[in-house]
Design a binder for this molecule. Structure first.
Ligand code: GLA
Length: 672
């Protein structure tokens, strides 16, 4: 089913950036809108860091400058994604109400003078943020420029926890709701261990500085609590906005795989997802790959709805040790990649490069150099003109037959200390995503409780924490004909991080047709040979274990030492489907060898076979199909389109049989 346009007023690709007019004299604003029109900008995110300029004490608000900004923008045909301005509380607020300030695990305060220094549970922050949102929403509810609400900004980008008195109280309340009684908490947290039994709620704290490992379930619950506490704030703002402007969609800008926030919960609460993408342009960093994973996550978080790339940079950022500049042409390529992977908007941080403050060396659409003479601005204008040609792509969706499971609870629990080895959840997930990306196979991210019936293959990388009901969902998916690949150290603990005894991987043993007796983690430089039948030898690393087959068959075995001849990779036929298990980690090349065979078996294919480093995606909208071809090579490529033909939308040329793409070139073909 085709989706609705993101914004009621347009079926254009959204194009623009963060606009901070408060940093400039109003004489510059006229020039801004002139250049915006020239660049094809149709949307700006306004007022993100304006709180201090909008409110000078408890009762005094100054909106006139923002009124003039909004009026000027709409007069020039530019819409506004209006921020609620709550991301950086003004100094007067934290001086008068010190409970606003967040406090870290060592008891140190985060002061104003930067940004995002607020405690999510601070009653004063909540009170004044709500008041500000109410004022802004009421004032601009009917303003013709307003098309979307931008709640706060990059929640948890800098501050990942707070241990102040208000947070401690809020954590206790959260636990009371979760467990109902102290007895249940003591049981879940396993407080019989190391004399941690609690007799009164006032004894329970956030996980502050301790001599050694903090109780794991306490840490896990604190991560859950912190994500929820910020989400409560976001919902508080959203509820005010929806009450005053029920027809204006709300978003908040995500940050791809941001560990502190369980974005699955968050995405349900907003109208469309958006994210900020800052891949490192330094040669060798594979920015395209990193960005593709963020696009795929942001799209997957809200199925059936395109997303917006809310921020990226035109040229370079200011916060890495070396801030490489995107080479000419690559900003366009990265922007069109966002559209290719399901985005309906391409925006930047920021419109005009600052000359003061901590971000004055961060690139922008209008750089320090005179706009009309700047390479960057020329590229910005050219991109704006091209995006205008892609209006009909808006609302179209990507259909994936492959899914990779991502679960924040499993991520948090896996990376807590005192494990058999150090796992990195995101890199386990990324290894699989990379395979599908590089093979041009559309891939979604899903949770373990998703209805998986539309997928032909589901991969569950290191799903350390797994609830019984979710394991049952995976089992049912396999029995009905699905294929699942589970990797090592999955299904080890339940939702409270308590081990399921009686053989790993807990609730999955029957699905996988095996059980695991013990582990042999490998040293950083250790390798193991794993052999497929009598054939190909693959290189394994990080992990090995003793697998006992109970129905599953070994596809590959370890070749050395105590594990010689034991299963390293297994396949279990179950009902109409198959469950595979990888009892180690393969290097990326060898993983491809195995996955190539697997997807051949399941008959999963790319839309088109193309030279390496050419990205292919397909967006669909009813009968309309848009084929995106992106050449990430520094040289031209010729692509055989097989029987495909259609209209290339950027050049408006009919294309048949083949197409030539220049270095970093892109084609968007509406297929016949
Ligand atoms: C984030 C923030 C922006 C800006 C950029 C700089 O994305 O949301 O305000 O600081 O980083 O890269």
């Amino acid at each position: 089913m085709p989706s609705k346009p993101l914004l009621a007023k347009t079926s254009q690709i959204l194009y623009g950036g963060d606009y901070n007019p408060e940093q400039w004299p109003e004489s510059v604003w006229e020039e801004d809108v002139r250049l915006m029109r020239r660049a094809g900008v149709n949307l700006v995110s306004l007022g993100i860091f304006s709180w201090a300029k909008l409110q000078s004490d408890e009762n005094t608000f100054t909106f006139e400058w923002l009124d003039r900004g909004m009026d000027l923008l709409v007069k020039n045909g530019i819409w506004v994604d209006l921020a609620t301005a709550t991301a950086s509380p003004p100094p007067w607020l934290s001086v008068r109400y010190p409970d606003v300030l967040a406090i870290d695990a060592d008891g140190r305060t985060y002061y104003h003078g930067s940004r995002q220094h607020y405690s999510p549970s601070s009653p004063s922050y909540r009170k004044f943020a709500a008041l500000l949102v109410e004022k802004i929403a009421s004032r601009y509810a009917k303003h013709p420029a307003l098309v979307a609400w931008h709640i706060n900004n990059e929640y948890a980008c800098h501050v990942h926890n707070c241990h102040g008195p208000a947070s401690t109280e809020a954590f206790r309340a959260w636990l009371q709701k979760r467990y109902g009684s102290l007895e249940a908490l003591n049981n879940a947290w396993g407080t019989a261990f190391w004399s941690q039994h609690y007799y009164d709620w006032s004894e329970v704290f956030t996980p502050r500085k301790t001599p050694t490992f903090v109780n794991p379930c306490q840490q896990l619950d604190f991560q859950r609590f912190f994500s929820d506490a910020l989400l409560e704030l976001c919902k508080m703002e959203r509820d005010i906005l929806r009450r005053i402007t029920p027809d204006i969609p709300v978003t908040t800008n995500f940050m791809s795989f941001l560990k502190p926030l369980n974005y699955w919960d968050w995405a349900k609460e907003i109208d469309f997802t958006s994210w900020d993408s800052y891949p490192d342009p330094l040669p060798g960093q594979r920015g395209d790959l990193v960005a593709s994973m963020g696009h795929d996550l942001t799209r997957s978080l809200k199925p059936g709805r395109p997303f917006v790339l809310m921020e990226q940079c035109t040229s370079h950022v200011n916060w890495r040790p070396v801030n490489a500049t995107k080479p000419p042409g690559s900003m366009r390529l990265y922007s069109l990649q966002a559209v290719a992977r399901g985005g309906d908007g391409v925006l930047f941080f920021q419109w005009r490069q600052s000359i003061r403050g901590a971000e004055k060396f961060h690139g922008a659409m209008v750089q320090h150099a005179p706009a009309e003479k700047s390479r960057v601005f020329q590229e910005v204008c050219a991109l704006g003109a091209e995006l205008k040609k892609l209006g009909q792509v808006t609302g179209s969706l990507i259909r994936s037959r492959v899914a990779v499971i991502v679960d924040w609870h499993a991520w948090w629990a896996l990376e807590m200390p005192s494990k058999p080895t150090e796992f990195n959840y995101q890199s386990s997930v990324a290894q699989f995503h990379r395979y599908f990306y590089e093979n041009n196979i559309a891939v979604d991210f899903v949770t373990p409780d998703t209805n998986l019936s539309s997928y032909a293959l589901v991969v569950a990388p290191t799903l350390y924490l797994l609830q019984e009901k979710d394991a049952q969902n995976l089992d049912a998916y396999v029995r009905k004909g699905g294929a699942i690949l589970v990797t090592c150290f999955s299904g080890i603990v339940d939702r409270d991080d308590n081990v399921l005894p009686g053989g790993y991987p807990g609730y999955l043993t029957k699905t996988l047709g095996l059980w695991v007796e013990e582990w042999f983690p490998l040293g950083l430089d250790e390798k193991r040979i794993v052999q497929f039948g009598k054939g190909k030898k693959l290189s394994a690393r990080k992990w090995s274990e003793v697998v006992h087959l109970e129905g599953a068959k070994a596809l590959a075995t370890f070749q050395e030492g105590y594990l010689k001849g034991r299963a390293a990779l297994t396949r279990n036929s179950l009902g109409k489907g198959e469950a595979l298990y990888l009892a180690t980690e393969l290097n990326t090349k060898d993983l491809s060898y195995f996955l190539d065979a697997l997807i051949r078996d399941i008959d999963i294919k790319a839309p088109l076979s193309v030279p390496t480093k050419v990205e292919v995606t397909l967006r669909e909208n009813g009968k309309k199909r848009f084929l995106f071809l992106l050449n990430h090579n520094k040289k031209p490529v010729r692509i055989d389109l097989k029987k495909n033909s259609g209209l290339e939308l950027l050049t408006h040329k009919k294309i048949k049989r083949q197409i030539q793409l220049p270095a970093l070139g892109v084609a968007v073909i509406e297929l016949d």
